[in-house]
Design a protein around this ligand. Structure first.
Ligand code: NAD
Ligand code: UFG
Length: 337
């Protein structure tokens, strides 16, 4: 299939595009490069022998979308493009509603006009808000604690309303838990700008000496060792989840929602321990107060994805750390350094 991948040069988009090529699809990557580098295209070419078609542009540019959908004969869309920093969304809510909600609105209108009716959407476990009961099933109550979370909820609502209005739409919303890791070659991975917000890239930068010590945000949570527990999922497992969702969803009417997680929780100190094993030395940490807005624990019930899509996460925490370390130690400054 010819598949438009919005946000295709980003962290998850690049790994998914690589998998799409390996599976015989033709991804067309559209990205405005606000949080990624075009260098990743060369790496995908090295790994697959195919340099994907790339269009530098914005999903809010309707004439551009009309042209791409038509000229590239697009049959389905995987929609990654979004801003994703929770804290930044609290400071700049309008930017998040404009980019994430407004951008998706333009994309859906262009798809409707072009008659392209299959879309796989990047949602997030953040739509479960401050849920207390674990593991999280898809039918758990939904809420949001940030404009970023609200933007994901609003988009899910848009998809649900559109699917109800016209049975020709085929939507899949994938609620990711905590994507980490890198391609096993070490050629592509996550390259956050500035100080990493997320745990794994922060630890990786401690390991290569870019940061002094991990700041552990809270050690008195009601968890086995007092630190926050999350469901980490290898980015290649996540990428494979998109292929499974596309196979299952294409041409199937309605909105389907799936958690993509491993179903297992790991604490901050467990992740630090696993990364220390991967890089071969004990990494330093300091205890800091809890980060505002963090929940103690979050992990998925991934049963539905396994039962319906035949997909499950396969890679272990040790492998997530080993692959992150290979990428980070080969390219300590990311793509363009
Ligand atoms: P990323 O920032 O690496 O990738 C997003 C890409 O979209 C970037 O390359 C960016 O340049 C591009 N982009 C942003 N706005 C755009 C626009 N208006 N037009 C064109 N391109 C635009 O992030 P990621 O981690 O790969 O996340 C991909 C998706 O998954 C996002 O929708 C994110 O909200 C969602 N998600 C990510 C996580 C996570 O922890 N990484 C967790 C849950 C959900
Ligand atoms: N943590 C630290 N130190 C750090 C970074 C994180 O101790 O420097 C801790 C956090 O307190 C949390 C755990 O590590 O307990 C994981 O934190 P991340 O920031 O890596 O991930 P979150 O679960 O907080 O956030 C992720 C996504 C968000 C999404 C959220 C809810 O990054 O986009 O899940 O789904 F909104």
């Amino acid at each position: 299939m010819n598949i438009l991948v919005t946000g295709g040069t980003g962290y998850i988009g690049s790994h998914t595009s690589l998998r799409l090529i390996e599976a015989g699809h033709r991804p067309v990557l559209l990205d405005n490069l606000c949080n990624s580098s075009a260098t990743v295209l060369d790496r995908i070419a090295t790994l697959t022998g195919t340099r994907p078609t790339f269009i530098q542009g914005d999903i809010r540019d309707r004439p551009l979308l009309d042209r791409v959908l038509r000229e590239e004969k697009i049959e389905a869309v995987i929609h990654f493009a979004a801003l994703k920093a929770v804290g930044e969304s609290v400071e700049h809510p309008l930017a998040y509603y404009d980019n994430n909600v407004g951008g998706t609105l333009v994309l859906l209108a262009a798809m409707q006009a072009a008659g392209v009716r299959t879309l796989v959407f990047s949602s997030s476990a953040t739509v479960y808000g401050a849920a207390q009961q674990m593991p999280l099933r898809e039918d758990a109550p939904l809420s949001a604690t940030s404009p970023y979370g609200h933007s994901k909820l609003m988009i899910e609502q848009m998809l649900s309303d559109m699917a109800a209005a016209d049975p020709r739409w085929s939507f899949t919303s994938l609620r990711y838990f905590n994507p980490v890791g890198a391609h096993e070659s070490g050629l592509i991975g996550e390259a956050p700008q500035g100080i990493p917000n997320n745990l794994m890239p922060y630890i990786a930068q401690v390991a290569v000496g870019r940061r002094a010590a991990l700041r552990v945000f809270g050690n008195t949570y009601p968890t086995p060792d007092g630190t926050g527990v999350r469901d980490y999922i290898h980015v290649l497992d996540l990428a494979d989840g998109h292929l499974a969702a596309l196979d299952h969803g294409h041409g199937r009417p309605g909105l389907q929602v799936f958690n993509l997680g491993s179903g297992q929780g790991h604490s901050v100190l467990e992740v630090l321990g696993a990364f220390s094993r991967a890089c071969g030395r004990d990494l330093p940490c300091e205890i800091h107060p809890p980060r505002p807005g963090d929940v103690a624990s979050s992990w998925a019930d991934p049963t539905r994805a396994q039962a319906v899509l035949g997909w499950r996460a396969r890679r272990s925490l040790d492998q997530m750390c080993a692959d992150t370390w290979r990428w980070q130690s080969t390219y300590p400054q990311g793509y363009d350094a």
